[in-house]
Design a protein around this ligand. Structure first.
Ligand code: PHE
Length: 344
C-alpha cells in the first residue's frame, strides 16, 4: 500500500469509529469530548492524519486532502444530528423534571373582604334610592363637632380621643361631617351613603384600630318620620343578613340625633349540616332622627324638613359576617387570610 493509500485507509477507520461513538453518546458533554477527540485542531485524530500530508508527493496530496475533508464533514454532521436528537428527547437533565406535576399558577388579585362588604352595603342602599357622597379626612372642629350639635366641651372633642393636626385641623373621628358638607351644598331631598376612613386615638386591640372605615347614611326630606327610619334600617338589615333577621332599636344618645338609637340584629345562621341557629343580639350601627339644630346649622328649614341618619363600621360588619374575632386581621394583609375571601 502506498503512503497515500494507507492514510486514506486510516481516515476510513477513524470515520467508522467516530460514527459509532457518536451514535452511542447520550449527553452533550460526551458529544463535545468526541468532537475534540476526532476533529480537534491540535489533538484530533483527523487533524493528525492531515499533518502527515507533508510526507506525501504533491501528486498524492489532493486525494488524501479531499478524503480527510469528506470524513471531517461526515463526522461533523453526525455530531450535530445526534445533538439535535438528544435535545428533542428532553435534553440535558431530563430526569430532573416531573412532567406530570401541575403548572404553577400566577397570583390573582382579589377584593379585600371589607371592600366586598362595602360593595354589598352599597348595592342594597343603591337599590333603595341612595347615592354616594364623600368628604375629606382632614376636617375642622366645625364640621366634625360644632355643626353636628356637639359643643367643644363635649368629651368626644377631648385630645384623648381626637387626633389633632396643626392650624385647628383634625382627622375626622366619624363620617358624620359628610352629612353637613352634603346638606350645605345640596337641597333636600337627600338620600346618601358615605363610606370612608375615620381616625381615633385608640390603642389597637381585637376590636379597635386607630384608623377604620365607617359608612354614614343620611335621609332628609319633607315628611320623613320615625317609621321611615325604622322601616328603612330594618329592610336593610334583612336584605344584608337574611330574611329571618330580627331588628331591635335600643335607646341611645348622639348629640346630632334626637331621638337616638343603637340598632341590634339577631341573625339566623345555617350550620353546615343544614340545621339553623339563632345568634345573640349584636349591635350593627348608631342611628337616629336628625336633630333639628343640625338642620338649622346648614340653613335648612327645620319646621319643614326632617330626616334620619346612621353610621356603621364595615370592618365590624365583615367580622360578624365571617366570624372573625380580631379585626386586626383585616389590616395585616396576610395573604393566607385574604385568600380565603378570593372570589372566582
Ligand atoms: N357618628 C356616630 C359614631 O361615630 C354614628 C352615628 C352616625 C350615629 C349617624 C347616629 C347617626 O359613633
Amino acid at each position: 500500500m502506498s503512503g497515500h493509500e494507507s492514510l486514506i485507509e486510516a481516515l476510513r477507520v477513524l470515520e467508522i469509529q467516530a460514527l459509532e461513538a457518536v451514535s452511542a453518546a447520550t449527553d452533550p458533554d460526551a458529544l463535545e469530548a468526541l468532537r475534540i477527540h476526532f476533529l480537534g485542531r491540535k489533538e484530533g485524530q483527523i487533524s493528525g492524519i492531515l499533518r502527515g500530508l507533508g510526507s506525501l508527493s504533491p501528486q498524492e496530496r489532493p486525494a488524501v486532502g479531499a478524503e480527510a475533508n469528506r470524513v471531517k464533514e461526515r463526522v461533523q454532521g453526525a455530531l450535530e444530528e445526534r445533538k439535535a436528537a438528544l435535545e428533542a428527547e428532553g435534553g440535558e437533565g431530563t430526569a430532573d423534571f416531573d412532567l406530570s406535576l401541575p403548572g404553577s399558577v400566577g397570583w390573582r388579585g382579589g377584593r379585600h373582604p371589607v371592600t366586598q362588604v362595602i360593595d354589598e352595603l352599597w348595592s342594597i342602599f343603591r337599590s333603595m334610592g341612595f347615592t354616594r357622597a364623600r368628604g375629606p379626612e382632614v376636617e375642622t372642629d366645625w364640621y366634625n363637632f360644632v355643626a353636628l350639635n356637639t359643643p367643644l366641651d363635649h368629651p368626644a372633642v377631648d385630645e384623648a380621643d381626637t387626633l389633632y393636626l396643626k392650624n385647628g385641623l383634625l382627622l375626622r373621628t366619624h363620617t358624620s361631617p359628610v352629612q353637613i358638607r352634603t346638606m350645605e351644598t345640596h337641597e333636600p331631598p337627600i338620600r346618601i351613603i358615605a363610606p370612608g376612613m375615620v381616625y381615633r386615638r385608640d390603642t389597637p386591640d381585637s376590636s379597635h384600630t386607630p384608623g377604620f372605615l365607617q359608612l354614614e347614611g343620611l335621609v332628609v326630606d319633607e315628611g320623613i318620620t320615625f317609621i321611615d327610619f325604622k322601616a328603612t334600617l330594618a329592610e336593610f338589615a334583612r336584605r344584608f343578613w337574611g330574611p329571618g333577621t330580627q331588628v331591635r332599636f335600643r335607646p341611645s344618645f348622639f348629640p346630632f340625633t334626637e331621638p337616638s338609637a343603637e340598632v341590634d340584629v339577631k341573625r339566623v345562621i345555617t350550620r353546615p349540616d343544614g340545621t339553623t341557629e339563632e345568634t345573640d343580639w349584636v349591635e350593627i350601627m348608631g342611628a337616629g332622627m336628625v336633630d333639628p339644630a343640625v338642620l338649622d346649622n346648614v340653613g335648612y328649614d327645620s319646621e319643614r324638613y326632617t330626616g334620619f341618619a346612621f353610621g356603621m363600621g364595615p370592618a365590624r360588619i365583615a367580622a360578624l359576617k365571617y366570624g372573625i374575632r380580631d379585626i386586626r386581621c383585616f389590616f395585616e394583609n396576610d395573604i393566607r387570610f385574604l385568600n380565603q375571601f378570593a372570589q372566582p
